[in-house]
Design a binder for this molecule. Structure first.
Ligand SMILES: C[S@@+](CC[C@H](N)C(=O)[O-])C[C@H]1O[C@@H](n2cnc3c(N)ncnc32)[C@H](O)[C@@H]1O
Length: 201
């Protein structure tokens, strides 16, 4: 893959500023961030440049790593180590992070993969870690908008295992690994930013 073939996601350009506002608020006192499902790597270079006190560790399934490397190489930031291969169903890093971020991943994964994600997070989140997950969610089994209902149909056409997740079920997985919800913030285009903190004795 040559630098001119860098993968590009238009939605990253649209949502990065509002997400950055949330990260500025909650990750100011953080140091080591693991991003799960970094995709193109666009979010990583934008957030790492804006928040230079963070070490922003990208990760994704193997097929996305070359594209992420192109974005990281071009930006040449001091705080973005090479991407990690991390399929949530596979082997997780053998270290702890005080922050984890993931955008638009839970509705792409199967529910079993979402469960595996939280099981893995249970092992890698430090005792006072913060977790921020961005994306669309349903509440009380209902879509929050007509556009999310249409998005669900589009997802199901791509893969029956995909789908917008229920906030309550995701929050239950989070609670099971000691995470307390700090904020559920409404974001543009009917998305949410879910912010949790781990509180362990
Ligand atoms: C819609 S993309 C979002 C990418 C990026 N975070 C963004 O917001 O543009 C979904 C991402 O989830 C990742 N993903 C799907 N299944 C995964 C799994 N089992 N383990 C890790 N990442 C996974 C995909 O590889 C892809 O990068």
């Amino acid at each position: 893959m040559s630098p001119t073939d860098k993968p590009h996601s238009p939605s990253c350009e649209r949502n990065r500023e509002p997400i950055l506002e949330v990260l500025r608020e909650y990750f100011t006192d953080r140091r080591h961030v693991l991003e799960i499902g970094s995709g193109t790597g666009q979010h990583a270079v934008f957030f790492a440049a804006a928040l230079p006190h963070l070490i922003w560790q990208t990760s994704d399934c193997a097929e996305n790593l070359p594209g992420i490397r192109l974005w990281l190489d071009e930006a040449a930031l001091a705080n973005t180590p090479p991407p990690l291969e991390l399929d949530v169903t596979g082997t997780w890093p053998m270290r702890r992070y005080d922050a984890v971020f993931s955008a638009n991943t839970l509705h792409i994964m199967s529910w079993a993969e979402v469960e595996r994600t939280f099981a893995g997070l249970g092992d890698i989140l430090a005792d006072d870690a913060k977790l921020i997950i961005y994306g669309p969610f349903n509440y009380n089994g209902q879509f929050t908008s007509e556009s999310n209902a249409k998005f669900e149909l589009w997802l199901k056409e791509r893969g029956a295992h995909q789908g917008i997740r229920d906030f309550e079920k995701v929050n239950a997985l989070a609670a099971a690994i000691g995470l307390t919800l700090l904020e559920d913030r409404a974001m543009p285009a009917n998305n949410r930013c879910l912010v949790w903190r781990r509180v362990r004795a």
